[in-house]
Design a protein around this ligand. Sequence first.
Ligand SMILES: Nc1ncnc2c1ncn2[C@@H]1O[C@H](COP(=O)(O)OP(=O)(O)OP(=O)(O)O)[C@@H](O)[C@H]1O
Ligand SMILES: [Mg+2]
Length: 392
Amino acid sequence: MITEIKQRLNAILNPATGNTFEAEKRWKHVGMNGEKLVAEYNRDGITPAEKRVIEAEITKSLSDLIGIDNIMVKTTSTQSQDVFKALDKQSSEAPAAPAASQPAQIKAGHGTIDKKKPVPGVDKIIAIGSGKGGVGKSTFTANLALTLSKQGKKVGVIDADIYGPSLPMIFGKREEKPRSNSEKKIIPVEAYGIKFMSFGFFINEEDPVIWRGPMLGGVLNQFLFDVDWTGLDYLLIDLPPGTGDIQLSMIQNAHVDGAIIISTPQDIALLDAKKGAEMFKKLNLPLIGMVENMSSFICHSCGTEHFIFGEGGVEKAVEKLEIPFLGKIPLEIELRTGSDNGVPYMTQDKFTSRPVWKSFQDIGHKVDDFFRPLPTEQPKNGFLSKILGLNK
Ligand SMILES: Nc1ncnc2c1ncn2[C@@H]1O[C@H](COP(=O)(O)OP(=O)(O)OP(=O)(O)O)[C@@H](O)[C@H]1O
Ligand SMILES: [Mg+2]
């Protein structure tokens, strides 16, 4: 198979020149690493836009031979290694330009992530995942960020959901274009006191999904290390739905401190919870716990609770698996409309007495307690206690 792969890779065209990669001797390394194909080419003279075309071509040309999640495209360059190559160009062309912010760019490709280096400026990083799509992961992430912020923490969010980035909409910043500062770091967009970065800022909605796969590792890497996250207590990562290779590869090299899994009651076959927990276990990532979203509908006029998707599904599943349970978030129309309108639920103080508000507050405290447990009482019968007269 590797011969066939090499032949196809040699036939890839450089969109800048129209020549094949073989003619330009672009390939530096093509080989299998277990089930994964690692293909590295020299990207000198290739713009970020052309690089995306190349990645799409590579994926398309190999998709019948190898799963797109198993294709890792890397690049080398004899020219500048700087991520913001285009920015460099701009600044060298206009050296007298003030140190004002400039449009930020992201790099396609997996990139290689340094071994678990800490993210500068961030205390704790929390990955938020789900077995399936549409369970409310982004809604939860945004509102948990706002909750922790209300509880006095400085919070940032990375929208790593390459397939359906939704944080720009939830935070009401769809039109925003991130800029980079004079140190070439991307300045996160800020809304309601939350700093956030989304893949949505860098793609057109009509861009084909196929080239997004190979970008995943590199994008998260850049969002972690090339964004100015200074001063954060928590950085939350909204992962793409699912518990497969894509999610694994995104976070396997990043220094993540804990993980939360979101589920709805009806899709929480024990197996789903297990898969989610196993994914994070494989990464040696402490599981902060599971959250049951859309757990019930509480009628505002009569107060009756209706268990539309069944009752207590997640709680029962996690009990068996001995996974911590963080809480339930009922269905609430305003949770959806708030997200759709860019005014998230937890920014609206009129909801403070509602069960959803209370659930978020409760989960926020549990998350914080996970990392900053209350000091336990000193044992009172030890040697020191005796000296200090603490024994009764
Ligand atoms: N508790 C809730 N009550 C009412 N609506 C909710 C609730 N949680 C989420 N929603 C709504 O459900 C829809 C899906 O939620 P969301 O986009 O957060 O899910 P997701 O898991 O991030 O989805 P995707 O897999 O597409 O990224 C959204 O319209 C959201 O507003
Ligand atoms: Mg989402």
